[in-house]
Design a protein around this ligand. Structure first.
Ligand code: NI
Length: 178
């Protein structure tokens, strides 16, 4: 196992369009995913994209279990998603606060589609196809943006709703970062 350094905004790898995974079930992919799981757990994140640990490939993981620290956070099943494709299923967008392990200490309000379909593969190359709404849909959109070099501040239409977590939410635990 290895906890890897999470790259922060400004690092060029975070701005790259990541390349697709071409072979599944390889030791390289297994090692990458192990490092991603270890790093996400260590950082207490809701999700992590491979470029955040410096690997420019189209791999994301995410998942939120019921946590008494975040009573309002919806549960999201732990998921490995390789070569994802997102299809919006609704025109509707919803504002919500987001954080990111690559933008530490900050939060901002980002509009996201409320209902999406996401498809891709697990680490063994088995296809995965799901419909997600609300917070689950938000997490998937945030993580997949990382694969196209997009960080959440680039999605913010209103920079007045961007700030330091401890200033915005004094005394509160604002929830996990992505
Ligand atoms: Ni992020």
């Amino acid at each position: 196992m290895a906890i890897r350094e999470v790259l922060r905004m400004g690092h060029p790898v975070l701005r790259q369009v990541a390349r697709p995974v071409e072979r599944f079930g390889t030791p390289e992919l297994a090692r990458l995913l192990e490092d991603m799981r270890d790093t996400m757990a260590h950082e207490d994140g809701a999700g992590l994209a491979a470029p955040q640990i410096g690997e420019s490939v189209r791999v994301v993981i995410f998942g939120v279990t019921a946590n008494p620290r975040y009573p309002d956070a919806e549960e999201v099943p732990f998921t490995v998603l390789v070569n994802p494709v997102i299809t919006p299923l609704s025109e509707e967008v919803e504002d919500g606060w987001e954080g990111c392990l690559s933008v530490p200490g900050l939060r901002g309000v980002v509009p996201r589609r409320t209902r999406i379909r996401y498809a891709g593969f697990d680490e063994a190359g088995r296809p995965l196809d799901r419909v997600a709404t609300g917070f689950h849909a938000r997490v998937v959109q945030h993580e997949c943006d990382h694969l196209d070099g997009i960080l959440y501040p680039m999605r913010m239409p209103d920079m007045s709703r961007f700030g330091f977590t401890d200033v915005l939410f004094p005394g509160l635990d604002a929830g996990p970062d992505d």
